[in-house]
Design a binder for this molecule. Structure first.
Ligand code: AMP
Length: 520
């Protein structure tokens, strides 16, 4: 039996299915049949161009229904789909393309990326409006018949992890990983064909592609398919949606807009958040405004979804819920032994959602698994007696100051509750006496000038032990974030590297506006 994800997402003669699945921002409606037919034509074009099952197809295009068809075409024909962030420069592309060695590349414009100039890769274009050589040439062809059979552990996609350190690695995602995850989420969140998902996430990342798109397709749900998150489009579509999936920055922008209230969200039954921590105040602000408890879940590229808060029952803010059925999550020490409940360790897991390893990096892959085969996430967390997981930070973000461990998440949770704090990041910076010193970097609420270094430290000192208090506080108007809104701690560590080493060490020109960063 074939375990091709395509057959699971679009089963039984999808070419004749007239149900509308995607509605665009300009109200163009795409039926399942439209999507299946175009996916079949694109699959035929790529096959005719010499792409074979197992070959990689690298794709760096804006989000559009045609881009969805391209993704499904790759699944159908057994190619390995390699989505790339449209923000990548040629220098970054050179690494991904050199590493993945794609047989075909689909880009947003005529200009062939420099790294491909000397290669034999077939290139096609697909613009944000859905036009380009890919679609023009595919439209002339008959759709590829049938689906290329795949085994559970055959690769469906190669996703480069956001890799905050070192070179990005290609996570090998199998058909089995994706079938398991889509089914598990369909069950956990009870998604069905009565649902309408407001899809505002990028589709070059696991969140928008595997968690949102795959699950909606599998469940037969319809989607409002926005090219990107804009508050006006979201406000316009929310009253016609039942489901919304976002990152915490989406929710922050929704709460900042007076139009987002209980009446606007009346038809929505579920708001989901992930990809970065949702602070307790952010959860509470959204509840106060809309009456909704955001359901927070925990995922990563290598494992897709790991845990989720419950659909029915209490969603505990600040926690990421419990393991998906079929997934075993443990919190372990450095020797791989399980830590007692309530104590901090590294989060590790086993399950059908765990990827097949890093592309062409067997040693790196082996180092990321325990002796008994659990994948080590690099996230630190604690498991409560009832199986709920709380994340306290990344392993490499752990701060060791004067021999004491400081978990950034604990300090960030207190900071997030202070008036005037829009968002924050706690990092460790080199310190002559302590090895590392705790530094709080705060994004201020727009127009709020009330925060001071001394005030922040004084407020924290009421709740935290002395060694956890920041040795410097940096106030910024906005924190550096990646495409999914995740704060770039590496960038902060780099920019402020000399902050605790006598004097500020920063040239005036590189100071964030309204900086107050003297060590305290
Ligand atoms: P990525 O592979 O880019 O999706 O990043 C995965 C990482 O995002 C995880 O290892 C976590 O550090 C973080 N992450 C994802 N979801 C959450 C969440 N709900 N709360 C805190 N961190 C999260």
């Amino acid at each position: 039996m074939s375990n091709n994800l395509y057959d699971v997402l679009l089963p039984a003669a999808p070419e004749r299915d007239a149900s509308v699945v995607l509605t665009t921002e300009t109200d163009a409606a795409w039926t399942r049949g439209d999507i299946a037919v175009l996916a079949g034509r694109i699959a035929a074009l790529l096959r005719n161009s010499g792409v074979e099952p197992g070959d990689r197809v690298a794709v760096q295009v804006e989000k559009s229904p045609e881009a969805v068809c391209l993704y499904l075409a790759c699944l159908k024909a057994g190619f390995v789909y390699v989505p790339l962030n449209t923000a990548y420069t040629d220098a970054e592309l050179a690494h991904f393309l050199g590493d993945a060695e794609p047989k075909a590349f689909v880009g947003g414009s005529e200009a062939v990326p420099a790294p491909l100039a000397a290669s034999h890769t077939e290139t096609f274009t697909l613009g944000p409006d859905g036009r380009g050589s890919l679609i023009e040439r595919a439209r002339a062809l008959a759709p590829l018949e049938g689906t290329v059979p795949r085994a559970t552990d055959d690769l469906a996609a190669l996703l480069y992890t956001s890799g905050t350190t070192g070179r990005a690695k290609g996570a090998m995602i199998t058909h089995g990983n994706l079938i398991f995850t889509a089914k598990a989420l369909e069950d956990a969140w009870e998604i069905d064909d009565a649902d309408v998902l407001l899809h505002a996430l990028p589709i070059f990342h696991a969140h928008g592609l595997f968690i949102a798109l795959n699950t909606a397709l599998l469940a037969g749900a319809a989607m409002h398919f926005l090219p990107k998150f804009t508050i006006d489009a979201v406000v316009d579509r929310l009253p016609r949606s039942t489901l919304f999936m976002g990152v915490p920055t989406f929710y922050a922008r929704m709460v900042a807009d007076a139009r987002v209230d209980e009446a606007l969200c009346k038809s929505v039954r579920l708001f989901v958040s992930g990809s970065a921590p949702l602070s307790v105040p952010a959860f509470e602000a959204f509840r106060a405004r809309t009456g909704h408890d955001i359901l927070e879940r925990y995922a990563m590229t290598e494992t897709i979804v790991i845990t989720t808060n419950p659909l029915h029952g209490h969603r505990v803010p600040g926690t990421v819920g419990s393991a998906l059925p079929g997934v075993t999550v443990r919190v372990i020490d450095e020797a791989g032994r399980e830590r007692p409940r309530g104590e901090i360790g590294e989060i590790a897991l086993q399950g059908p959602n765990v990827f097949a390893g890093y592309w062409r990096l067997p040693e790196v892959t082996a180092a990321e698994f325990t002796a008994d085969g659990s994948f080590k996430t690099g996230d630190l967390g604690k498991m409560e007696a009832d199986g709920r997981l709380t994340i306290v930070g990344r392993n490499k973000d752990l701060i060791i100051t004067g021999g004491y461990n400081v978990y950034p998440g604990e300090v960030e949770a207190v900071l997030a509750r202070l008036d005037g704090v829009a968002d924050c990041a706690v990092i460790g910076l080199p310190h002559a006496d302590f090895g590392e010193g705790v530094v709080a970097v705060i994004e201020r609420r727009p127009g709020d000038e009330s925060l001071t270094q001394a005030g922040v430290v004084e407020a924290l000192s009421r709740e935290l032990a002395r060694y956890k208090l920041p040795k410097a506080v940096v106030l910024m108007d906005s924190l550096p974030r990646n495409a999914l809104g995740k704060i770039q701690k590496n960038e902060l560590r780099r920019t402020h590297a000399a902050l605790l080493q006598g004097g500020s060490g920063l040239p005036a020109s590189s100071r964030p506006s309204s900086l107050s960063e003297k060590p305290v």
